[in-house]
Design a protein around this ligand. Structure first.
Ligand SMILES: [Ca+2]
Ligand SMILES: [Ca+2]
Length: 355
């Protein structure tokens, strides 16, 4: 489902640059509306300027409503979503640049080559997880859908073919920190993971429905790369949970193959789960500050958001929260970065519908 190429209008823009080496391109897309401001960094990552604004974070949906629309799942799966409540008003007080796409394999490779960073799965020698068509989940104590850990798997090899334009996976939260720190030092601008609140604000892009396209799970089929009939062919015991149809991708898809949301962001739902900055707190929303929440001060696991190419529709909602230890590497989990906005950037932010 390729999109028509956006028409870019280059605009002059001044920014701090490292050693004058950064050729920063600021462009505005002619469509869709409102036109997002886009910049490209030294690794070729594009960032969209997300305006400050307020939104309703989380979900108060009752299990009965979800059971109706996401059939065939045990009731415990719906009661387990209580950490999405209470739905609460959050204000993001500062504009920020957010990765237009998930970080790609090619971008992560350039980071590794240029920085000398050794990915955690390589450094600790235990490797990652991967798809193996002859692997039987019944042989795993945890019933893992993928084989691992094994040194044969890493961000370079999740067991299925990936081009340089696919989202990098099998990367840990700690790898994400290393990438952000290296980019920050190189460019003189702070890079980091989005907070949970920034991520959900960006996913919703002014919408209050389960998915940016609406409440209907079937609509995901045209909106992102999730667990469809082609994926289910490789995990037939989960076929009942697959969307009834094909989204074109049994594994990861090249980033940007589906329509962007109203902020101009691609693949917020599906393709790869995305690490966020925050520790996970099951009851965090009950005490969450109304402005720029950053999650619990401490914890054991970090939040990831958005679902993946292997994710059922119930879990590919903007409000859904999941988590892993910072050392976790898996063929479903990747990232996208925030680049903090300078005051001049924020002043250029278009008035967003979610303001
Ligand atoms: Ca798919
Ligand atoms: Ca994603």
């Amino acid at each position: 489902m390729p999109l028509p190429s956006p028409i870019h209008r280059a605009a002059a823009h001044a920014t701090r640059m490292a050693a004058g080496a950064l050729a920063l391109l600021l462009a505005a897309c002619a469509a869709p509306q409102p036109s997002p401001l886009v910049l490209t960094n030294t690794l070729g990552m594009q960032f969209v300027l997300i305006p400050a604004g307020s939104f309703w974070m989380g979900s108060d949906e009752r299990p009965d409503a979800l059971v109706r629309d996401y059939p065939g799942l045990e009731r415990a799966r719906f009661t387990a979503l209580a950490d999405e409540a209470p739905r609460h008003r959050v204000r993001i007080t500062r504009a920020f640049w957010l990765g237009r796409h998930e970080v790609t394999v090619g971008q992560f490779r350039r980071f590794v080559e240029q920085s000398g960073h050794v990915a955690e799965a390589d450094a600790d020698g235990t490797g990652g997880y991967g798809f193996n068509p002859v692997y039987d989940p019944a042989t795993s104590a945890r019933g893992d859908a993928f084989e691992g850990r094994s040194p044969r798997y890493s961000w370079r090899n999740p067991g299925f073919a990936q081009g340089d334009d696919h989202p990098v996976v099998n990367v840990t939260w700690n790898d994400a920190q290393a990438l952000a720190a290296w980019l920050s030092a190189r460019e003189g601008v702070r890079y980091r993971l989005p907070t949970e609140a920034e991520w959900e604000y960006a996913c919703r892009a002014g919408t209050e429905t389960r998915h940016p396209h609406g409440d209907d799970p079937a609509g995901l089929l045209g909106a992102g790369n999730t667990f469809d009939a082609d994926s289910a062919a490789h995990w037939p015991h989960w076929r009942a949970h697959a969307l009834a149809g094909r989204d074109g991708f049994a594994f990861t898809a090249p980033v940007g193959r589906f329509a962007p949301n109203a902020f101009g962001l691609y693949d917020m739902l599906g393709n790869a789960w995305e690490w966020t900055a925050d520790w996970y707190g099951e009851t965090a929303y009950a005490q969450s500050p109304a402005q720029d929440p950053t999650g619990p001060a401490q914890g054991q696991v970090r939040v990831r958001r958005g679902g993946s190419w292997h994710t059922w529709a119930l879990y590919a909602r903007c409000a859904f929260r999941n988590w892993n230890t910072p050392q976790t590497r898996y063929p479903l989990v990747g990232l996208r970065l925030v680049r903090e906005a300078l005051p001049a950037d924020a002043a250029a932010a278009p008035p967003g519908s979610a303001r």
